[in-house]
Design a protein around this ligand. Sequence first.
Ligand SMILES: [Zn+2]
Length: 208
Amino acid sequence: MKSVTIRLFVLFVIACFAAVPSGRSAAGQRLAVTVDDYAYDAAQRCDPIPKPGVEMFRDVVLSRSPEFTNMGIYSCRSVRGGTALSLHAEGRAWDMGASAADPAELAAANDLVDALLAPDSTGAPHALARKIGLQEIIWNRRIWTSGSRERGGADIASMAPYTGTNSHTDHIHFGFNRSGAWALTSWWSTMDMSGFGGQRLRLVPLRS
Ligand SMILES: [Zn+2]
């Protein structure tokens, strides 16, 4: 009787392992983490309503790093030096004031950008930027976009050179895709602050 019980137990264990998809371990199996796909939505018209995801991102950043300033969201205009409509025209971009000439502000702004472009624990690149729904970051003569041409590496040093007429040395431009702008990408369901740069994002004011 005892050996039958043992045999049944062994069959049960084998069945459990067989049910686990290949490539995964039965114990300590890591849950799949979804990082939003890269998306880029060009601006099509002037729409004076600042989008909620953009406003909330602005508020989160300024509440955690008050040394930065708010330089606005909506502006019905073309991109500087070009003819394409700016994301500001659709209320899908925020300009965050920071001076690249100030060493402390430069370091804090670089930390913020690095945190947005860093891979997550599964190695997914640009994880936080994708989860928030960012589609372009322009700062201090460098640019990252969710389009393949300027996607670059995992930190500010590997961002592509930005050669537009505005060097963006007094502010960071954060542009959002439509899902991110409407707070429909994955990050907005949790707004998990621990993923928002963690210790890499300075949490205290640089100036009293
Ligand atoms: Zn801008």
